[in-house]
Design a protein around this ligand. Sequence first.
Ligand code: GUN
Length: 292
Amino acid sequence: MQLLDGKIISAMIKDELKIEIEKRIAAGQKVPHLAAVLVGNNPASETYVFSKVKSCEEVGMDSTLIRLPDSATEAEVLSTVEKLNNDTAIDGFIVQLPLPAQISEKKVLKAINPDKDVDGFHEVNIGRLALGLPGFVPATPMGIIEMLKRANVETAGKHCVVLGRSHIVGMPISLLLMQNTNPGNCTVTICHSRTAGLETILQSADIIVAAIGKPRFVKANMVKQGAVVIDVGINRIADPSRKSGHRIVGDVDFDEVAPKCSFITPVPGGVGLMTIASLMLNTLKAVQINKY
Ligand code: GUN
């Protein structure tokens, strides 16, 4: 079993980005600038957004965090998006999800200029992804592809089973893995809450991408010997032995499943770190596209 180590791979990407940004500065070009909009006080969202801002600093990018209260109206969020669309200092921005219930996620995502949409969630970018056209690819699936590429994992002709059909992970990773690219060229099966015979389907998978948000759902008996297992889950479970009272586990029962795998991503220290590195890569791409 080989660990697909998000710490090592994301550190490599960040080092490469740092060099690229130093080169831009030396050439008198603009320093990439990412903005993040955080509405409310969701603790998980706060953690994610703070990590994104910190990573910008690490690679030498500029960042701006815009906080709006939990009580913010849809009009206020849309007006913030519009300002960022028109602000030439900002190369790319994200609106952290989920949003409070009074705000339509659909409307907010649609309002983002697709050429500043470094999360790749705008319908234009999803359309570009589906057609294999250049655009922003959502950070988590992009991070998974980058991991597979850098670890030289063979994907062509493999049966990949994706657990989950979310717009953020399940749907875009399925599109990426079926494309005629490397990594890619998989035969993809997407499973979800209404899939019949899930265990049998999983047992036939050469590659599993688990993105359902169910702690340690994937067990050893569901996994074929030698499978590649990508665990996208970040689930908080109670753990009285910890000072914090909790710990983070994935959608895969790592201890049971790892001995059967050719490659597996740990949680924490796997895909999560790749998501942030990919967002930084997208922000560099944004400054190159927008040329302010
Ligand atoms: N919520 C969970 N993951 C993400 C992400 O990648 N981007 C944003 N904006 N919100 C999220």
